[in-house]
Design a binder for this molecule. Structure first.
Ligand code: 13P
Length: 253
Protein backbone atom coordinates (compact mmCIF):
# COMPACT_ATOMS: atom_id res chain seq x y z
CA UNK A 1 0.00 0.00 0.00
CA UNK A 2 1.35 3.40 -0.96
CA UNK A 3 0.90 6.04 1.72
CA UNK A 4 -0.99 9.11 0.56
CA UNK A 5 0.98 12.34 0.29
CA UNK A 6 -0.32 15.89 0.52
CA UNK A 7 2.50 18.19 -0.63
CA UNK A 8 2.36 21.98 -0.62
CA UNK A 9 4.57 24.06 -2.91
CA UNK A 10 4.69 27.61 -1.62
CA UNK A 11 6.74 28.73 -4.65
CA UNK A 12 8.13 32.27 -4.12
CA UNK A 13 5.52 33.10 -1.49
CA UNK A 14 5.89 33.42 2.24
CA UNK A 15 7.74 35.52 4.76
CA UNK A 16 8.66 34.41 8.26
CA UNK A 17 5.30 35.66 9.54
CA UNK A 18 3.61 33.14 7.26
CA UNK A 19 5.10 30.27 9.26
CA UNK A 20 2.02 30.91 11.38
CA UNK A 21 0.20 28.81 8.77
CA UNK A 22 2.52 25.91 9.55
CA UNK A 23 1.82 26.31 13.25
CA UNK A 24 -1.88 25.99 12.46
CA UNK A 25 -1.23 22.86 10.39
CA UNK A 26 0.82 21.36 13.23
CA UNK A 27 -1.93 22.18 15.71
CA UNK A 28 -4.61 20.57 13.55
CA UNK A 29 -2.33 17.62 12.75
CA UNK A 30 -2.81 15.45 9.72
CA UNK A 31 -4.44 12.08 9.52
CA UNK A 32 -2.66 8.84 10.22
CA UNK A 33 -2.85 7.68 6.65
CA UNK A 34 -1.52 10.76 4.93
CA UNK A 35 2.03 12.13 4.78
CA UNK A 36 2.15 15.91 4.80
CA UNK A 37 4.97 17.91 3.23
CA UNK A 38 5.36 21.66 2.92
CA UNK A 39 7.98 23.13 0.58
CA UNK A 40 8.48 26.77 1.59
CA UNK A 41 11.08 29.12 0.08
CA UNK A 42 14.63 27.96 0.92
CA UNK A 43 15.20 30.72 3.47
CA UNK A 44 12.32 29.45 5.61
CA UNK A 45 13.28 25.76 5.59
CA UNK A 46 15.36 25.67 8.76
CA UNK A 47 12.81 27.56 10.84
CA UNK A 48 9.92 25.58 9.34
CA UNK A 49 11.66 22.27 10.04
CA UNK A 50 12.38 23.32 13.62
CA UNK A 51 8.79 24.25 14.32
CA UNK A 52 7.43 21.07 12.74
CA UNK A 53 9.81 18.82 14.68
CA UNK A 54 7.77 16.32 16.67
CA UNK A 55 4.75 16.83 14.42
CA UNK A 56 3.93 14.64 11.46
CA UNK A 57 4.68 17.37 8.94
CA UNK A 58 7.76 17.21 6.74
CA UNK A 59 9.57 20.11 5.10
CA UNK A 60 11.08 20.14 1.61
CA UNK A 61 12.94 22.35 -0.84
CA UNK A 62 11.73 23.55 -4.24
CA UNK A 63 14.98 22.95 -6.13
CA UNK A 64 18.61 21.98 -5.57
CA UNK A 65 21.85 22.13 -7.52
CA UNK A 66 23.20 18.91 -9.02
CA UNK A 67 26.68 19.36 -7.46
CA UNK A 68 27.47 18.57 -3.85
CA UNK A 69 29.17 21.93 -3.28
CA UNK A 70 31.37 24.37 -5.12
CA UNK A 71 31.52 27.64 -7.03
CA UNK A 72 27.84 28.07 -7.91
CA UNK A 73 26.87 31.49 -6.62
CA UNK A 74 23.32 31.70 -5.35
CA UNK A 75 22.60 27.99 -5.53
CA UNK A 76 21.64 25.53 -2.81
CA UNK A 77 22.81 21.88 -2.71
CA UNK A 78 20.79 18.85 -1.69
CA UNK A 79 23.08 18.37 1.31
CA UNK A 80 22.33 21.93 2.45
CA UNK A 81 18.58 21.29 2.26
CA UNK A 82 19.02 18.12 4.25
CA UNK A 83 21.21 19.90 6.79
CA UNK A 84 18.51 22.56 7.25
CA UNK A 85 15.96 19.87 8.08
CA UNK A 86 14.38 19.11 4.70
CA UNK A 87 13.48 15.53 3.83
CA UNK A 88 12.40 16.11 0.23
CA UNK A 89 12.90 18.38 -2.76
CA UNK A 90 10.71 19.28 -5.73
CA UNK A 91 12.65 18.98 -9.00
CA UNK A 92 11.87 19.88 -12.60
CA UNK A 93 8.81 21.96 -11.80
CA UNK A 94 7.44 23.40 -15.05
CA UNK A 95 8.12 26.92 -13.77
CA UNK A 96 11.82 26.05 -13.47
CA UNK A 97 11.81 24.24 -16.81
CA UNK A 98 10.30 27.42 -18.35
CA UNK A 99 12.00 30.18 -16.33
CA UNK A 100 15.44 28.58 -15.93
CA UNK A 101 15.67 26.38 -19.00
CA UNK A 102 15.91 23.19 -16.96
CA UNK A 103 16.09 20.22 -19.32
CA UNK A 104 15.25 16.60 -18.57
CA UNK A 105 19.00 15.87 -18.30
CA UNK A 106 19.46 18.61 -15.72
CA UNK A 107 16.47 17.36 -13.75
CA UNK A 108 17.90 13.83 -13.77
CA UNK A 109 21.26 15.06 -12.44
CA UNK A 110 19.48 16.97 -9.70
CA UNK A 111 17.36 13.93 -8.81
CA UNK A 112 20.54 11.87 -8.49
CA UNK A 113 22.02 14.54 -6.21
CA UNK A 114 18.87 14.40 -4.08
CA UNK A 115 19.05 10.59 -3.85
CA UNK A 116 22.72 10.78 -2.83
CA UNK A 117 21.90 13.30 -0.10
CA UNK A 118 19.09 11.13 1.24
CA UNK A 119 16.29 13.41 0.11
CA UNK A 120 13.09 12.22 -1.53
CA UNK A 121 12.91 13.73 -5.03
CA UNK A 122 9.52 14.87 -6.28
CA UNK A 123 10.10 14.90 -10.03
CA UNK A 124 7.56 16.97 -11.97
CA UNK A 125 6.35 16.21 -15.47
CA UNK A 126 3.52 17.62 -17.57
CA UNK A 127 2.51 18.77 -21.01
CA UNK A 128 1.78 22.27 -22.29
CA UNK A 129 -1.62 23.21 -23.67
CA UNK A 130 -0.24 23.11 -27.20
CA UNK A 131 1.14 19.62 -26.66
CA UNK A 132 -2.21 18.42 -25.33
CA UNK A 133 -4.08 19.98 -28.23
CA UNK A 134 -1.69 18.25 -30.63
CA UNK A 135 -2.37 14.88 -28.95
CA UNK A 136 1.29 14.76 -27.88
CA UNK A 137 0.63 14.43 -24.13
CA UNK A 138 1.67 10.81 -23.69
CA UNK A 139 4.75 11.23 -25.91
CA UNK A 140 5.88 14.20 -23.84
CA UNK A 141 5.30 12.33 -20.59
CA UNK A 142 7.18 9.29 -21.89
CA UNK A 143 10.18 11.43 -22.80
CA UNK A 144 10.13 13.34 -19.53
CA UNK A 145 9.94 10.18 -17.44
CA UNK A 146 12.62 8.41 -19.49
CA UNK A 147 15.06 11.31 -19.34
CA UNK A 148 14.33 13.04 -16.00
CA UNK A 149 14.07 10.00 -13.73
CA UNK A 150 17.44 8.49 -12.72
CA UNK A 151 18.22 4.83 -12.07
CA UNK A 152 17.93 3.54 -8.53
CA UNK A 153 14.35 4.64 -8.01
CA UNK A 154 12.46 3.34 -4.99
CA UNK A 155 9.19 4.30 -3.37
CA UNK A 156 11.19 6.00 -0.62
CA UNK A 157 13.48 8.15 -2.72
CA UNK A 158 11.19 9.18 -5.57
CA UNK A 159 7.73 10.62 -6.13
CA UNK A 160 6.41 11.67 -9.54
CA UNK A 161 4.12 14.69 -9.82
CA UNK A 162 1.98 15.03 -12.94
CA UNK A 163 1.31 18.73 -13.40
CA UNK A 164 -0.22 19.71 -16.74
CA UNK A 165 1.26 23.19 -17.36
CA UNK A 166 -2.11 24.58 -18.48
CA UNK A 167 -3.70 23.67 -15.14
CA UNK A 168 -1.09 25.35 -12.91
CA UNK A 169 -2.36 28.50 -11.24
CA UNK A 170 -5.11 28.86 -13.84
CA UNK A 171 -8.10 27.48 -11.95
CA UNK A 172 -8.39 24.85 -14.71
CA UNK A 173 -8.00 21.27 -13.55
CA UNK A 174 -7.49 18.23 -15.70
CA UNK A 175 -10.59 16.02 -15.76
CA UNK A 176 -10.56 12.76 -13.81
CA UNK A 177 -10.33 10.93 -17.17
CA UNK A 178 -7.31 12.99 -18.26
CA UNK A 179 -5.60 12.51 -14.90
CA UNK A 180 -6.36 8.78 -14.87
CA UNK A 181 -4.99 8.26 -18.36
CA UNK A 182 -1.67 9.95 -17.58
CA UNK A 183 -1.25 8.40 -14.12
CA UNK A 184 -1.92 4.89 -15.46
CA UNK A 185 0.58 5.59 -18.22
CA UNK A 186 3.26 6.78 -15.77
CA UNK A 187 2.65 3.73 -13.57
CA UNK A 188 3.14 1.42 -16.56
CA UNK A 189 6.34 3.24 -17.58
CA UNK A 190 7.77 2.90 -14.07
CA UNK A 191 6.86 -0.79 -13.82
CA UNK A 192 8.39 -1.42 -17.21
CA UNK A 193 11.65 0.21 -16.30
CA UNK A 194 12.09 -0.57 -12.61
CA UNK A 195 10.09 -3.78 -12.27
CA UNK A 196 6.66 -4.32 -10.84
CA UNK A 197 7.46 -3.97 -7.11
CA UNK A 198 9.43 -0.74 -7.37
CA UNK A 199 7.17 0.66 -10.08
CA UNK A 200 4.17 0.02 -7.85
CA UNK A 201 5.81 1.59 -4.81
CA UNK A 202 6.42 5.06 -6.30
CA UNK A 203 3.74 7.57 -5.40
CA UNK A 204 2.11 9.61 -8.17
CA UNK A 205 0.79 13.06 -7.29
CA UNK A 206 -1.50 15.26 -9.35
CA UNK A 207 -0.86 19.00 -9.37
CA UNK A 208 -2.69 21.88 -11.03
CA UNK A 209 -5.36 23.98 -9.32
CA UNK A 210 -6.16 21.40 -6.63
CA UNK A 211 -8.60 23.10 -4.23
CA UNK A 212 -10.77 21.99 -1.30
CA UNK A 213 -13.79 21.72 -3.61
CA UNK A 214 -12.24 19.48 -6.29
CA UNK A 215 -9.85 17.39 -4.16
CA UNK A 216 -12.18 14.44 -3.44
CA UNK A 217 -12.98 13.99 -7.10
CA UNK A 218 -9.29 13.96 -8.01
CA UNK A 219 -8.31 11.61 -5.15
CA UNK A 220 -10.93 9.08 -6.30
CA UNK A 221 -8.95 8.49 -9.51
CA UNK A 222 -6.93 5.24 -9.44
CA UNK A 223 -3.16 5.73 -9.27
CA UNK A 224 -3.54 9.18 -7.72
CA UNK A 225 -1.63 8.94 -4.44
CA UNK A 226 -1.96 12.57 -3.45
CA UNK A 227 -1.46 16.10 -4.68
CA UNK A 228 1.18 18.74 -5.19
CA UNK A 229 -0.68 21.90 -4.28
CA UNK A 230 0.37 25.47 -5.03
CA UNK A 231 -1.98 28.32 -4.15
CA UNK A 232 -4.22 26.30 -1.84
CA UNK A 233 -1.25 25.23 0.32
CA UNK A 234 -0.48 28.78 1.44
CA UNK A 235 -3.27 28.94 4.00
CA UNK A 236 -3.87 26.18 6.53
CA UNK A 237 -7.61 26.77 6.17
CA UNK A 238 -7.38 25.76 2.47
CA UNK A 239 -4.82 22.99 2.84
CA UNK A 240 -6.46 21.19 5.77
CA UNK A 241 -9.64 20.24 3.83
CA UNK A 242 -7.42 18.88 1.04
CA UNK A 243 -5.54 16.74 3.59
CA UNK A 244 -8.89 15.60 4.97
CA UNK A 245 -10.09 14.62 1.48
CA UNK A 246 -6.93 12.56 1.06
CA UNK A 247 -7.39 10.92 4.47
CA UNK A 248 -10.93 9.98 3.45
CA UNK A 249 -9.70 8.57 0.13
CA UNK A 250 -7.20 6.39 2.05
CA UNK A 251 -9.90 4.79 4.17
CA UNK A 252 -11.23 1.48 2.89
CA UNK A 253 -14.69 2.07 1.39
P1 13P B 1 -1.58 25.60 -8.19
O1 13P B 1 -2.13 24.62 -7.19
O2 13P B 1 -1.49 26.99 -7.67
O3 13P B 1 -2.25 25.47 -9.52
O4 13P B 1 -0.04 25.16 -8.44
C1 13P B 1 0.24 23.85 -8.75
C2 13P B 1 1.71 23.66 -8.71
O5 13P B 1 2.41 24.13 -9.57
C3 13P B 1 2.27 22.91 -7.58
O6 13P B 1 3.62 22.61 -7.79
Amino acid sequence: MRRKLAAGNWKMNGLRADLEQLRSLCAAKGGEDTDILICPPALLIAEAAALCRGHSIHIGGQDCHMARSGAHTGDVSAAMLKDAGATAVILGHSERRADRGETNDIVQDKARAAQNAGLMAIICVGESLEERENQATLDVIRQQIAASVPEGVTGDNTVIAYEPCWAIGTGLTASPEQIGEVHDFIRALLEDRFGSDKGQSVRLLYGGSVKPDNASQIFAVPNVDGALVGGASLKASDFLPIIKALDDAAKPS
